[in-house]
Design a binder for this molecule. Structure first.
Ligand code: PLP
Length: 374
């Protein structure tokens, strides 16, 4: 076991103001799921994303649940989504009593394959009510094409942009143009509120309704009156203060993650069998995590050996998300497409990508990976 300090995959990276902003919350005693920091965080998120209305929530998963509740899906409806995602981006479909249909990702990429989606939509006897795209590792779905598909086939488009805060395509922020966008500020994301998320939409009524449902569906009355049931999903004003500070440094964090990706590529791009995922024209990914694909036949080692060797040197790395159609909880769910996602999972490894990493850290990781190559 190495004595070198542990290198984590994606640890929190506070700026200079978060602690003082939390101090302001204590000084004003707004220790509640309402308050001025919530308002400032929501306004800042709307400014950053260009999405008109935002409600801050306890998690990104809560945001997806609220969107699905408002759309009103239930047993018999179809919800389609990318198989290559984190479980928080699909579990709320199960909360609604619906089993998702999973679609494959594009070749040499991370995103839902829109050619596959289009042909599956055209062929489907029963069209989906909802399609969820996932902006994986900060890559961004083609919004113009998705919007056109949603309008043509009449589904609600939910953009899971949980990993894509600060990422753009064709100058437009991830999630803009969708009917709903999900954001996450979990502890490992590019900016964090320790735990938290948001639901965003250009539809003001939908966000007002989400805010209502996230606050236990309390009717405006002097007593507690409920015509429907809701959830306790609001973010606390304390956590929102952290978010306000983190938004101020978001552009720096994106620049740092992009530089980390380029530094890894410069050090490992020439190793036979190691491949990096490039950006299509017009995309400015946030490179939340740098991932590599290791082809064991060409490299002489596989991702399991790499993860084990890094762990021996006290460095955290992780396989890519395991595709949902291969998860035991979704056994029997319909899967459309080929094996791109399965292959990405089989070959892929996420390298430490925290925005506070230095060049020495990147050297340390790269040298270990390189040492495995024949
Ligand atoms: C993190 C994440 C979520 C869930 O966000 P939480 O805030 O952790 O609930 C959903 N989808 C994807 C793709 C994620 O990475």
């Amino acid at each position: 076991m190495s004595a070198a300090p542990r290198l984590y995959l994606s640890p929190p990276h506070m700026g200079s103001r978060e602690q003082a902003l939390v101090g302001e919350v204590f000084a004003s005693n707004w220790i509640a799921p309402i308050g001025p920091m919530i308002d400032a965080f929501e306004a800042g998120l709307a400014r950053t994303t260009g999405i008109d209305h935002v409600v801050a929530l306890s998690s990104g998963t809560a945001g997806l649940h609220l969107a699905l509740r408002m759309i009103g899906i239930g047993p018999g409806d179809e919800v389609w989504g990318s198989t290559m995602t984190f479980v928080g981006g699909v579990a709320p479909i199960l909360y609604m009593g619906v089993t998702p249909v999973f679609l494959d990702i594009e070749a040499d990429g991370y995103l839902l394959d829109l050619d596959l989606l289009e042909s599956a939509l055209a062929a489907a006897a029963q069209k989906p009510r909802v399609v969820i795209t996932t902006d994986l590792y900060g890559h961004v779905t083609d919004a113009r094409r998705m919007r056109a598909l949603a309008d043509r086939f009449g589904f609600v488009w939910i953009s899971d942009a949980a990993e894509a805060v600060g990422a753009y395509r064709d100058g437009v922020h991830a999630g803009k143009g969708a009917d709903f966008a999900i954001l996450s500020f979990n502890g490992n994301k590019i900016i964090t509120t320790s735990g938290g998320g948001a639901l965003a939409s250009d539809n003001s009524e939908a966000i007002a309704q989400a805010r209502f449902l996230a606050t236990q569906a309390r009717e405006p009355a002097p007593h507690y009156e409920h015509k429907t049931y809701g959830y306790n999903y609001r973010l606390s004003n304390v956590c929102a203060a952290i978010g306000v500070g983190q938004l101020e440094v978001l552009a720096d964090r994106v620049a740092a993650r992009r530089a980390i990706f380029e530094a890894y590529r410069a050090r490992l791009g020439d190793v036979p069998g190691i491949r990096f995922v490039g950006e299509p024209d017009g995309m400015a990914a946030n490179r939340w995590l740098t991932t590599i694909a290791i082809d064991p036949d060409a490299a002489g080692f596989d991702r399991v050996a790499a993860q084990e060797e890094l762990e021996r040197e006290n460095i955290e790395s992780r396989p890519l998300w395991k595709p949902m159609h291969l998860q035991p909880v979704f056994r029997g769910a319909q899967a459309i497409g080929g094996d791109q996602a399965a292959r990405a999972f089989e070959l892929g490894l996420c390298l430490p990508s925290g925005s506070a990493m230095g060049a020495g850290d990147i050297d340390r990781v790269s040298d270990i990976v390189r040492s495995l190559a024949r």
